[in-house]
Design a protein around this ligand. Sequence first.
Ligand SMILES: Nc1nc2c(c(=O)[nH]1)N[C@H]1C(S)=C(S)[C@@H](COP(=O)(O)O)O[C@H]1N2
Ligand SMILES: [Mo]
Length: 415
Amino acid sequence: MTDTLRHAAGNGLLHRRHFLRGGLAVTGGMVFARARASDRPEWMRMPGAPMSTYGSTAGAEGHVQRLLAGAQPGTTGSGASLTPLQHLEGTITPSGLHFERHHSGVPAIDPERHTLTIHGDVQRPLRFSMDDLLRYPRVTRQRFLECSGNTRPQYNDAPMPHTCAMLYGLLSGSEWTGVPVSILLEEAGVAKDAAWVVAEGADAARMSRSIPLDKMLDDAIIALYQNGERLRPENGYPVRLFLPGWEGNTSVKWLTRLQVSRQPAMSREETSKYTDPLPDGRARMFTFPMGVKSVITSPSPGLTLGGPGLYEISGLAWSGSGAIRRVDVSADGGRSWAEAALEAPVQDKALTRFRLGWQWDGAPCTLLSRASDAQGAQPTRDALLAIQGARHSYHYNAIQAWHVNADGELANVYA
Ligand SMILES: Nc1nc2c(c(=O)[nH]1)N[C@H]1C(S)=C(S)[C@@H](COP(=O)(O)O)O[C@H]1N2
Ligand SMILES: [Mo]
């Protein structure tokens, strides 16, 4: 078997077709003897539990939880919780594990009293109840949501001893359903010289962002559903703005107001926060799209390899500007690369799962993944820092390196 495996790059990386065709002898199972009826486990000797009105996860999977990143001192709800990416598969994050980022906690909104108002430079100011919104035509899209502060710890001079969730968990993928913003703006009648729409939430922070009108008319969604059910309170119930591919902060939750205007509002979230200082002392503002990025979720720190042998390297790739074109993987610290298999469908601004077979010989090594979109490939960390300087704290999208030691333990390193 081993002789027929086609190696695509150094240190045991297999050709991507091996995994698409199957037929690899992983030898993970064990040869078994036939069992007797008296050997049946207890769950086969009596009827199981009754039906339930709302399902829950399996008891033994209870450790798969959001990682609480903690709130700002003196507050209860201004902080984040992180998606445990290393324990998940596919490209849809279960709603209960979608990351959270709140500036003033989760408001307990009564959907009967919540409204969405469209006003400002419009011919007809409009106010919608949730029932009104639910009568409009809807679209459904699988898209990622990433906070622009995701992977911020990698700006540190020394690599932090972090897991995949701690470094990448401000990223989730969902199926979002809602009303295209363009339909509602058309009904309100946008003034000819309008160029921005200020979106405001109904949380105590009244978080607001100014969004270019073009984006609102292009693919912005007034999201009402997430993964088939109404939004979770943490993710913006009863209604949120969803801007595919753009920094998470712009997807204003608990949306209550869209003000059409000629100028941006220059709110806190687009001046003192979510601007990007450059090495020359100036700052970039309104840096909306998330860059092309990828991470190997398995194996990753905490998921220790059980000795030399055959493994599947698997991870996520995404880009705020469109679809992922390819992902390359290295098992020798970047000296050689093999193209990974991308799992279909590869969708625009959506999480894309990549996979590649790997024969680990048991020696220490470094695993990398490098995603490309239509604009090009992910930068190295050095290349990213050369452009952004050391005071940057958002939009980190450099190539991630996981070091594997001889015991099969993984750790975050800078390649
Ligand atoms: N009203 C309001 N909208 C908000 C926020 C908030 O605190 N209040 N946080 C923003 C930030 S910084 C991010 S990254 C995303 C997070 O969305 P999620 O909590 O559904 O993952 O929501 C954005 N929208
Ligand atoms: Mo964010």
